[in-house]
Design a protein around this ligand. Structure first.
Ligand SMILES: [Cu+2]
Length: 450
């Protein structure tokens, strides 16, 4: 603290001293009858030479850093698209470096070459159409080339997969990744966020998890069952308060009522889902399996389907040079074909501990830094199958041997009688929207989201 203060005082005094010296210099030039902007030839030439010195030091440091750090922090790209991206990146760098060298050489070179000299007279050159044309058309052409090459690469990353591409889902949530393989049929079962969650059947002492919201007739039933129990839990709380067995604050009551209404809306849509999906959807989903490690086969094309449960995440494979955002409520895709096994990369970088990795590259919350998944590239499909069948490495996406209770209530829910706090809630609900009481509530609900 004391040291910092001393440094601060020294800096302030130094600034004041420089300002005073400048002031003395200005006064002395005034006394000598010189104008401030009159610079003698010697000083002028020193400045011109310094321009050249600066240019050389500037370029020298650039080349030094290119040699020292230019190879980058990443080993050679380990995927087909990675090689394309590295090439594209290099093309961009060469263009940028060439333009940098050319323009800065002109900037400082001209300042040196055309320094003031009493015998030289400047040429008055206000405008030239040809020059304007050149420095408009040439950069535009170069930019067009960069953009067209970039779009071509982008289309390779996001375009239609070939027929033998393996479909794999990568599901992000705060704060981990889950992988769903599509099984023998290479088709992922549909998924819907409304079905995400674990249903608990207390009577039969069963739990039915559905962490990715995969859709089958059975999982829809479990979803309805789960939401029914959530709603009836809230109903019994509301009934207790209506009977005077418990007391909620006004806000607590409203929150519960809003929650019931929201759950009911979701429930209605779950009931609709029953008719939306045919038997083939069940078949697609039933062989899907989930893993907590991403194992890929060298030379196999993959079509990753990316989803997010909560906020924006971004699936980033640094060694494949591949990255794509995971957007809640949306599916994004990423095509990757690994070209080096983990072992080959270990030999390449000379580190037998090396592992590929999947990272989240979008700041998504407090544990974002820890949102990663190990990735392994194996040599062939038999090695892959050995891993899949080994106990503990994978588990079914749905535990569909557990059938949902046959007694699920699929009638429309009825709201309990209005509580004595009565804000117009209750009967109006049945009659639909547009009632005063209902509008009020919609409004409260909106506020609660903030
Ligand atoms: Cu994330």
């Amino acid at each position: 603290m004391g040291m910092k203060l001393v440094v601060l005082i020294v800096v302030v005094l130094a600034v004041i001293a420089v300002a005073q010296i400048m002031r003395v210099y200005e006064l002395s030039t005034q006394i000598r009858g010189k104008r401030e902007e009159d610079v003698d030839l010697r000083t002028n030439n020193i400045n011109a030479s310094l321009m050249m010195v600066f240019l050389l030091v500037f370029f020298g440091s650039l080349f030094y850093m290119m040699i020292e750090y230019g190879a980058g922090l990443m080993p050679v790209a380990a995927s087909e698209i990675g090689a394309d991206i590295d090439w594209l990146y290099a093309v961009n760098w060469w263009i940028v470096i060439a333009v940098f060298l050319f323009t800065n050489a002109l900037l400082f070179g001209f300042a040196w070459k055309y320094a003031y000299h009493p015998d030289k007279k400047a040429h008055w050159f206000p405008h030239d159409n040809k020059l304007e044309m050149i420095w408009t058309v040439v950069p535009a052409g170069v930019l067009a080339v960069i953009i067209i090459l970039g779009l071509m690469t982008w289309n390779k990353i996001t375009g239609e997969p070939s027929d033998d591409a393996m479909i794999v889902e990568i599901y992000g949530k705060q704060f981990n990744w889950t992988v769903r393989y599509s099984g023998d049929d290479n088709k992922l079962g549909y998924a819907d966020y409304k079905l995400v969650g674990t249903a608990e059947d207390a009577d039969r002492q069963m739990t039915y998890p559905n962490e990715l919201g995969v859709v089958t007739k059975n999982s829809i039933n479990w979803g309805i069952y789960r939401i029914n129990s959530e709603i009836s839990g809230l109903h019994s709380e509301l009934e207790k308060e209506a009977n005077g067995e418990t007391v909620f604050s006004e806000a607590g009551l409203k929150t519960r009522i809003a929650k019931v209404e929201k759950l009911e809306r979701i429930r209605e849509r779950m009931l609709d889902m029953e008719g939306m999906y045919g038997d083939s959807i069940d078949a697609w989903a039933q062989d899907d399996f989930i893993t907590k490690e991403l194992v890929l086969i060298k030379g196999q094309e993959y079509q990753f389907i990316l989803r997010s449960q909560d906020v924006l995440h971004s699936a980033y494979f640094p060694h494949f040079r591949a990255q794509m955002n995971c957007v809640p409520g949306y599916r994004t895709t990423l095509r990757v074909k690994p070209t080096m096994t983990t072992q080959e990369m270990r030999d390449e970088v000379g580190d037998q501990e090396f592992n590929y990795i999947l990272l989240c590259n979008k700041i998504c919350g407090v544990s974002h830094y820890n949102m990663k998944m190990p990735v392994r590239v194996v040599a062939d499909s038999s090695e892959f199958m050995n891993w899949v069948t080994e106990a503990g490495n994978s588990y079914p996406a749905l535990a569909d041997t557990l059938l949902a209770p046959s007694t699920i209530d699929k009638k429309r829910m009825e709201m309990p009688a209005p509580a004595h706090h009565g804000d117009g809630h209750g009967d109006e609900h049945e009659e639909g929207h547009g009632e005063e009481g209902h509008d009020d509530e919609g409004h409260h609900e909106e506020n609660e989201h903030h």
